[in-house]
Design a protein around this ligand. Structure first.
Ligand SMILES: Cc1cc2nc3c(=O)[nH]c(=O)nc-3n(C[C@H](O)[C@H](O)[C@H](O)COP(=O)(O)OP(=O)(O)OC[C@H]3O[C@@H](n4cnc5c(N)ncnc54)[C@H](O)[C@@H]3O)c2cc1C
Length: 412
């Protein structure tokens, strides 16, 4: 997927980063006839440290884009979530069809497929090309890449992840910022326990506020890991020592089965979750996805938010065109505030509530206390509807609590 910017005219939009945020922005813009140049320092397929869990929100958005699940060999729909409380009691939560409310899909495959969709839509993709520096003038953005190219565009989208080099080069990065969460992930094979099919989350008291996950993939594999909140009782440096202890825990062995094999060493990566407290734009630059710190502070899920922010930024540029950067920024900022900020505030409150052993124990008991609460808790946890839906009546729509999941017309 190589390309050449070619010619002296600036592109309509430069996109830095080809993860879900950058690819969805590029797809949206290119389909609307805009000239898009996307650079990524990696060559695809590339690894991304992630739990690989797609929520209902992510699945609906992929469905809307015309994404083809068959392009991802590891695509694994899940119908059940099992939560283990700090005392070891388990509750099962159904994710009922129609449509898919949770899927596990390897990020190396998912991101590659999305980037291919951007190329098919007409975006020029430069893989193995890192942003080195960017500057802005009144009417354009000029980028220098690590391989000596100069690219110009009327706008630039920072979809370059947690450490956003674009944010740094434009002088809007917070010095010393290292994310709200830190998480480990490892792929394992030969999973013979219930974790081969069910999605498990364990609130182990040693890692509160945080959790262990086991997400099933195709072929008896699973994505397992744990995430902790920065500033909690577990130091980030202690995570490495804790990992073998957690893996040896009987609750984990019961989920995965006795003969699980690690596929490769674990990897660790931070998770930024502070939307509302970072700049979303500067002049002709808009930040999307992890570069805008939009992951959910309760769970660390960020793929849906990355794709949504990519789409909102693209729509703002399509609406106002090349000469109205202030209107573009305002529309984008408004979309993020209307759709994400209230959810993030509520998620922050809830994450405080489940940060203690007592809080986690009672939250899980309460959520599992009736068939109604089990069904709705699971759907709410997997972003079937916005976190703060009950306190934001402007978002109430008919059937908001009863919408089918993604790919409802092509169930698999
Ligand atoms: C361990 C872990 C588990 C997670 N589990 C889940 C989960 O199960 N479900 C979920 O929804 N979310 C999960 N998340 C969050 C999710 O991974 C992120 O929110 C999501 O990847 C954000 O997408 P993005 O497109 O913004 O950024 P990324 O996917 O990080 O993409 C950024 C891209 O920018 C490129 N880039 C970086 N620097 C440069 C440069 N200088 N020049 C050019 N390109 C550059 C990178 O190569 C990369 O391709 C998890 C995160 C972690 C760390």
């Amino acid at each position: 997927m190589a390309g050449d910017q070619g010619g002296m005219e600036p592109a309509d939009v430069l996109v830095v980063g080809g993860g879900p945020a950058g690819s969805v922005a590029a797809i949206t813009l290119a389909r609307a006839g805009r000239r898009v140049v996307l650079i990524d320092k990696a060559r695809f397929p590339r690894e991304k440290t992630c739990g690989d869990g797609l929520t209902a929100g992510a699945l609906r958005l992929l469905d809307d884009l015309g994404f083809e699940p068959d392009s991802v060999p590891s695509w694994h729909p899940v119908d059940k979530v099992v939560l283990t409380s700090p005392s070891g009691s388990r509750r099962t939560f159904p994710l009922e069809r129609p449509g898919l409310h949770a899927v596990v899909a390897r990020r190396s495959e998912l991101d590659h497929a999305l980037l291919a969709m951007a190329a098919d839509a007409g975006a020029e993709i430069h893989e193995g090309t890192a942003l080195a520096e960017a500057r802005q003038t009144d009417d354009r953005v000029i980028v220098r890449t690590d391989n000596g190219q100069e690219l110009t565009g009327r706008y630039i989208l920072g979809a370059d992840g947690m450490w956003s080099p674009l944010r740094k080069t434009l002088g809007v990065a917070e010095p010393g910022y290292r994310g709200e969460w830190h998480a480990f992930r490892q792929y394992v094979s030969n999973v013979t326990g219930p974790g081969a099919h069910e999605l498990h989350v364990v609130f182990d008291q040693r890692i509160l506020p945080g959790y262990f996950w086991a997400f099933p993939l195709a072929d008896g594999r699973a994505n397992i890991g744990f995430g902790i909140q920065r500033g909690g009782k577990v130091e980030i440096q202690a995570m490495k020592q804790l990992w073998p202890t957690l893996l040896a825990d009987p609750a984990v062995t019961e989920i995965l089965g006795p003969d699980t094999e690690p596929e490769a060493p674990h990897r660790a990566w931070p998770i930024p979750a502070r939307v509302g407290r970072v700049d979303l734009h500067v002049d002709r630059a808009l930040f999307i996805g992890d570069a805008a710190a939009v992951t959910d502070p309760l769970t660390g899920e960020g793929i849906a938010q990355a794709m949504e922010t990519g789409r909102w930024a693209a729509q703002a540029i399509i609406t106002y065109g090349p000469d109205r950067p202030a209107a573009v920024s305002e529309q984008y900022q408004g979309a993020v505030e209307q759709n994400l900020v209230a959810d993030h505030r509520l998620a922050n409150l809830l994450s405080r509530a489940i940060s203690t052993q007592f809080g986690a124990e009672w939250s899980i008991r309460l959520a599992g206390s009736s068939a109604w609460s089990r069904r709705n808790f699971a759907r709410w946890l997997f972003e079937d509807y916005p976190r703060a839906i009950l306190v934001t009546p402007r978002r109430w729509r008919r059937r908001v609590f009863d919408r089918p999941g993604g790919f409802a017309s092509t169930p698999r």
